[in-house]
Each structure stands twice: as structure tokens, then as C-alpha cells.
Design a protein around this ligand. Structure first.
Ligand code: SF4
Length: 370
């Protein structure tokens, strides 16, 4: 029987670097697009196997929609020729407003891509400019419209919370603007100011002031409330979906299902090995090898809890036992006592879950369990 796995494909090119971005993405390297696609196709040859069947595909970046339609067509043709897909495979592609074209979307549709994720972030022009985004909110709306006309029904919008100077009222305004576009899924990410980014420099200099912790919590609560009122179910700390529209690829990753990674910076997970391809396109094109980490049984058990606790469903005791051959209670035993006592985690119907307070203090729960 074939093994069902996920597949992540990384497209590292961007128009320009956003102020907060520390992802493995590069502006001004369009000249590498053709050799990059050739290299990814060679990697497909190395990684494809008749034993695999792809249950989910996620094309992320970078800005996949920056790739010319003809190159995306080549990539997806090659992918379909080398890998078997389940008939109902979820196939997602990230796109950035301002780069989405009818031709590109038609290529995605032709190759069975059935879910789009658009980086929308905020509807206020000043916040979009501060983030260094290349698009306006009108372009977000135009991209959603174009996607619908191309036949996409399952559309995610990414939004950001906790931006410098952002207010709760602005988050509410963005939520209303986003909901008016009728997405099936919303990801609401709290800003993390990473060292080495332009945002970090501005915050460090005091030029940009981040909202207070309380205000940030209020923004998050505004998302939870407004989205619940509109029929969205929260299934992960930052992710909300209409019933049946949770991102299967991400849920599978959080349940530790195996997946292949293709392209620079792409991560993969097979057996007890996690690997990451070289993050820099120059190294990837030069054929440098992936960095591999062999997981010990303890690493694997900790991963199950770390990833599972992100989801509202939590960590299933039964699934944990099936995967690790040891019960969740035996594996973590005494380490669970403190977070349980502090009301940060709870047992419910055979699952270990974070409480609402635990969601705010997730890191301290994980430190206890390490
Ligand atoms: S579009 Fe995304 S990947 Fe590209 S620079 Fe902006 S945040 Fe980073």
C-alpha cells in the first residue's frame, strides 16, 4: 500500500523584502527563476517514489505568484508526472496581491490547485506601507475576485496583529473588510519582531512603538469573537476556518504526518529524520546538501506535544500511543503536574489541550514539558 504524505514546495522569490520578514525569500533574484525550476525538478527526480501518494500539496514562499505562469506550469507538470496524488488531495498555493494574474491562476487550476492563500495583512494603507507590503487593500479585493472567477472556492486571507501603532479598532476594521470578501479561512498572526529585519531596527531605535501586551491580547480576542460570530471555528492558535475548510496540510504537519520538502529552505520529515534544504538559493543551486536531524524517541514525543498543543483539538492520547508506543501520561507524567495545577492545560475526552490562559503562555508550558 502506498504511503500518504504531504509535499511542500518553496518558491523563494519576492518583489521586495517586507520590513518584518525573516523568511527564506529574496528580492532581485528573478534571474535565478529558470535554473531554480530546473533544480527543483531534479530534486523531484531524487525524491519521488512509487511508494508515495500525495495527500496535500502546499506551495509557499516567498511569493509563488511572482513566478511567471509558464514556469509554474513547467513545475506543476513535472510534479504531476513524478508523484501520484490522491483524487481529493488538498493543493494550496500562497499568492501575494499585486502579483496575481488570470493566467497564473488558470495554470494553478489546470493542475488541480484548489486552495489559495493571500497575504492581506491589514486594510489601512499606513500599516501596509509600514510593513513594506507591495499592495493596497483594493488589490487584495481584486485578487480575491480574480481567484473566484478562476474557480477557487477555498480562499484564505493572512492578517497580522500587534503591528507598531496598530489599534484594536484597526484590527476590527480589517476583520470587517476581510469578512466582506467571504474567505473560507483566516490566519491571524501576531507580529514577531525578528532580529536582522528592518522592523527590528526601527523598533530598537524607538521609531516604531509596538502595542502594549494588553492591547495585543485585545486584538486577538477581537479576532476570536468576530470570527466566531461569523461561523468560523478556531482550530489552531492563529487559524480560523468555516466548517470543513481547515488547512489539511498544516493540520497534518501538526499531527506529525510525514512530508517531503522541495526547493531552497524547504523542510521535510520522513521516518525519524527531519531535513532542511539550504535556505539560500545560491547554495541550493550549487547543490549543497540538506541539513538532517535524526530525532530521538524523546525528541519525537516532545514534538507531538509541542505541535499538538497548538491545535484546539490538542494531543490525542490514543494517537500518541499509536505513534510512540508509550502513553502520553507515562511519557510526561510529573512534568504535566505544574501546568495542570496552574490551569494552563487540561485533559478532555482523552486529549491534552491548552486552556485559554495556556494559549497566552504556551511557551512556558513547553518549557515545563522539555
Ligand atoms: S511577501 Fe512574504 S516572503 Fe516575501 S518578503 Fe514579504 S513577508 Fe517575506
Amino acid at each position: 500500500m502506498k504511503k500518504e504524505i504531504g509535499l511542500y514546495l518553496h518558491i523563494p522569490f519576492c518583489v521586495r523584502k517586507c520590513a518584518y520578514c525573516d523568511f527564506a525569500s529574496f528580492a532581485g533574484r528573478e534571474g535565478q527563476m529558470i535554473p531554480y525550476v530546473d533544480r527543483v525538478i531534479r530534486e523531484m527526480d531524487e525524491k519521488s517514489s512509487p511508494d508515495f501518494v500525495i495527500s496535500t500539496l502546499y506551495i509557499g514562499g516567498g511569493t509563488p505568484s511572482l513566478l511567471p505562469a509558464a514556469l509554474m506550469d513547467r513545475l506543476l507538470n513535472a510534479l504531476r508526472a513524478r508523484f501520484a496524488f490522491l483524487p481529493d488531495a488538498e493543493c494550496s498555493c500562497e499568492c501575494n496581491p499585486g502579483t496575481v494574474t488570470e493566467e497564473f491562476l488558470a495554470v494553478l487550476r489546470r493542475h488541480g490547485v484548489n486552495r489559495l492563500s493571500l497575504g492581506a495583512q491589514a486594510c489601512q494603507p499606513r500599516l501596509l506601507a509600514l510593513l513594506g507590503r507591495i499592495h493596497t487593500w483594493d488589490q487584495v479585493a481584486a485578487s480575491v475576485d480574480l481567484a473566484r472567477r478562476a474557480g477557487f472556492r477555498n480562499i484564505n486571507l493572512d492578517l497580522m496583529l500587534g503591528l507598531p501603532t496598530q489599534t484594536v479598532a484597526q484590527v476590527e476594521e480589517t476583520l470587517a473588510a476581510a469578512l466582506a470578501l467571504s474567505p473560507t479561512h483566516l490566519s491571524c498572526y501576531g507580529l514577531i519582531v525578528e532580529e536582522g529585519t528592518a522592523m527590528h531596527d526601527m523598533v530598537k531605535k524607538g521609531a516604531w512603538i509596538l502595542p502594549e501586551e494588553d492591547a495585543e491580547r485585545d486584538m486577538y480576542e477581537a479576532c476570536r469573537k468576530s470570527l466566531a460570530d461569523h461561523g468560523f471555528e478556531q482550530y489552531e492558535i492563529s487559524n480560523f476556518a468555516l466548517p470543513g475548510c481547515a488547512c489539511r496540510h498544516n493540520v497534518d504537519c501538526w499531527r506529525r504526518k510525514e512530508y517531503l520538502g522541495l526547493g531552497s529552505a524547504a523542510c521535510g520529515f520522513l521516518g525519524n529524520i527531519r531535513y532542511q534544504n539550504p535556505p539560500d538559493t545560491n547554495d541550493y543551486l550549487a547543490g549543497k546538501p540538506a541539513r538532517e536531524t535524526v530525532l530521538s524517541p524523546e525528541d519525537a514525543r516532545f514534538e507531538s506535544v509541542m505541535l499538538g498543543l497548538r491545535m484546539m483539538e490538542g494531543v490525542s492520547e490514543a494517537a500518541f500511543f499509536r505513534m510512540h508506543g508509550v502513553s502520553l501520561r507515562d511519557a510526561f507524567g510529573a512534568k504535566l503536574e505544574k501546568p495542570l495545577r496552574q490551569g494552563l492545560v487540561t485533559w478532555e475526552n482523552g486529549r491534552l489541550r491548552l486552556t485559554r490562559r495556556g494559549m497566552d503562555l504556551q511557551n512556558s508550558v513547553l518549557v515545563e514539558l522539555l
